[in-house]
Design a protein around this ligand. Structure first.
Ligand code: MN
Length: 318
């Protein structure tokens, strides 16, 4: 996925972790990625990060006729300083990148791209498809120790699933309930797809030192007797050793969390950096066809970077 909104403003993202349990609701912002309507749940005003998670896009569910439309078609674009986490509930997305990886993503599998010092990729609805699309894309900010590392790509076909009273949890990233995802993670975190059985109460163990947030992806759910609305990120604070979700008809939810991220990061377009000079340099490198490499498998032009007009924000020690 590519960040097309806002095209020019630099967002300064610093942790605003609460030390104790809370329930704060942040409605997602509506936006468009080409023809695909998305709801952006992170960053939002007042809540820029949850642990190392700094970006959360939700799209679908939608049905389409593939003879007439291709709902996801994100042309080659660059990333630095982050990991992209792609997860589907329905449908298919094919990923191509400048390292030469091609990966067809299906529901229940994880595509994880670690940009490090720089990579380019494209994401599209494949020619052969189910006519459905429903998923999320999240970004994880890399800590300073990893942000200039070599880029890499992982496609994880199997992930740990924890069976719990009232439902289950698939651990995409990091650790939950003593189960660890095989996907590469560089700071303490969790990313999990939760399933709540109809008419039941899911009791989910949580890491007490993490802050957490969740978003309902399907169905109905209540947290501590509060009904959770769709397309809304619920920040639930920290110092919880468990969370209970109940559902009448069954639900799916995305849980994100982690140790409060200690570095302030700058997010602009598809880059996570520490200074506006670094953002401008990455933009110029992309425009000059330097640093990132080409996505040779994509048919069509690549994305042009927007003009960089971010106000100068000096680099600061982490
Ligand atoms: Mn992308």
């Amino acid at each position: 996925m590519s960040n097309l909104v806002p095209p020019s403003g630099v967002e300064e993202c610093k942790g605003q972790a609460l030390e104790n349990p809370a329930i704060e609701a942040y409605p997602a912002r509506l936006s468009e990625l080409g023809s695909l309507k998305i709801r952006r749940a992170l960053p939002v005003r007042g809540r820029r990060m949850v642990g190392p998670w700094c970006f959360f896009d939700r799209y679908g569910p939608l049905s389409f006729d593939s003879r007439q439309s291709k709902p996801m078609d994100v042309a080659p674009h660059p990333h630095i300083g982050l990991q992209t986490v792609s997860w589907l509930l329905e449908g298919e997305v094919v990923h191509h990148d400048s390292l030469g990886y091609e990966s067809l993503l299906r529901p229940g599998e994880l595509n994880l791209m670690t940009a490090g010092r720089g990579i380019a990729h494209a994401e599209e609805t494949p020619e052969e498809n189910s006519g459905k699309l429903n998923g999320v894309q999240l970004w994880v900010a890399l800590p300073k120790s990893r942000r200039f590392a070599a880029p890499s790509f992982e496609h994880r076909l199997t992930l740990p699933v924890i069976e719990l009273s009232g439902g289950s949890a698939t651990v995409m990233m990091g650790e939950l309930g003593g189960q660890r995802s095989p996907a590469s993670a560089y700071s303490p975190m969790v990313g999990a797809d939760l399933a709540v059985h109809a008419g039941e109460r899911l009791a989910l163990p949580l890491e007490k030192t993490f802050e957490h947030a969740l978003m309902i992806l399907d169905g109905d759910a209540e947290l501590e007797d509060q009904r959770l609305e769709s397309d809304t990120l619920y920040y639930i604070g920290a110092n919880r050793d468990q969370m209970e979700l109940q559902s009448r008809g069954g639900a799916r939810a995305m849980l994100i969390g982690g140790a409060p991220f200690e570095e302030t990061v700058l997010l602009w377009w598809n880059f996570v950096a520490r200074s506006s000079q670094e953002l401008a340099a990455a933009r110029d490198a992309w425009q000059r066809h330097e640093l990132f490499g080409d996505v040779k498998a994509y048919r069509g032009p690549r994305l042009d970077a927007p003009e960089f007009s971010g106000r100068p924000i000096p680099s600061r020690p982490a």
